[in-house]
Write a protein that binds this ligand. Structure first.
Ligand code: CAA
Length: 283
């Protein structure tokens, strides 16, 4: 069965970005969240992004309207009964995800593929909450989703080749580049990125240099588009901490120990750009 209709669960930064690229590529999309106001906020971000593209002359106004016409809001998970693919981009919490996947397994017809956009949680464990582990897979998009080309596609222990190929093709249809990885903590992207960010935080914590200097070194010296502390603020410091804890726990090596300064900032509610303050201040 081919994929026409997609449900994206979670209308936050990642979910709304995924919904946007799916709708832009011709899929019918249900953007789902717990409350109407969350979905409205996600749709508002999409409208803003598309309008900016139109203003810049990079998208025709009629394409914007066509994209928006393919987006429908949902607050009832039972709507998943009518889709071919679910992409879950809810909060990074194993209990919530397994409960969600067990419910989706009940609601959706047998052919439906259940994908998770988790940034570091084991796909195999999420899959074990369903009776179709062969149809559960990771589709890890990068932030900002409309801009970044990569989709890390993570095979769970039981994911079949057929499901993998279908999801790979789907990712290509979004004008993304799929990369295959196996199911280990942090996959490839966050296993490499997060220790670098954590080390940048240690560098600040130990007084090696100022935050601006650390970011400048990596931006100007390594050609990174953003310095690691700016990037951490952009991703969200709570997310960075959560991923470091997953790496530390899952791989067992102390080299993944989250920096105490990162813990302190998260405890203070300094979560980065989204909360108005992280390593930098935002207004
Ligand atoms: N949503 C949609 N589009 C956006 C955007 C957003 N949030 N932010 C920027 N853009 C678009 C702009 O509209 C612009 O589009 P056009 O080229 O069509 O005009 C383009 O991106 C470039 O934007 P800017 O000129 O404003 O800014 P920039 O050149 O500094 O680029 C950036 C911004 C793309 C975010 C760039 O700084 C960058 O690549 N940063 C690193 C991002 C990164 O590393 N992401 C991965 C994070 S890790 C992750 O996501 C995984 C995880 O599990 C934690």
């Amino acid at each position: 069965m081919s994929i026409h209709k997609v449900m994206v669960i979670g209308a936050g930064q990642m979910g709304s970005g995924i919904a946007q690229v799916c709708a832009m590529s011709g899929y019918e999309v249900l953007l789902h969240d717990l409350k109407e106001e969350y979905v409205e906020k996600g749709l508002g971000t999409i409208i803003k992004n598309l309008s900016r593209q139109v203003e810049k002359g990079k998208m025709a106004a009629r394409d914007k309207e066509a994209t928006l016409s393919r987006l429908t809001s949902s607050t009832d998970l039972k709507n998943a009964a009518g889709v071919d693919l679910v992409i879950e981009a809810a909060i990074e919490n194993m209990e919530i995800k397994t409960k969600l996947f067990a419910e989706l397994d009940e609601i959706t017809p047998k052919h439906v593929i259940l994908a998770s956009n988790t940034s570091s949680l084991p796909i195999t464990e999420i899959a074990a909450a369903t009776r179709r582990p062969e149809k559960v897979i990771g589709m890890h998009f990068m932030n900002p989703v409309p801009v970044m080309k990569l989709v890390e596609i993570i095979r769970g222990l039981a994911t079949t080749d057929e499901v993998y190929k279908k999801v790979e093709k789907m990712a290509e249809s979004l004008n993304k580049v799929p990369v295959e990885v196996n199911d280990f903590p942090g996959f490839v992207s966050n296993r490499i990125l997060m220790p670098m960010i954590n080390e940048a935080i240690y560098t600040l914590y130990e007084g090696v240099a100022t935050k601006e200097a650390i970011d400048d070194v990596m931006k100007l010296g390594m050609n990174h588009p953003m310095g690691p502390l700016t990037l951490a603020d952009f991703i969200g410091l709570d997310t960075c901490l959560y991923i470091m804890e997953t790496l530390h726990q899952g791989l067992g090596d102390d080299k993944y120990r989250p920096c105490p300064l990162l813990r302190k900032y998260v405890k203070a509610g300094w979560l980065g750009k989204k909360s108005g303050r992280g390593f930098y201040e935002y207004n």
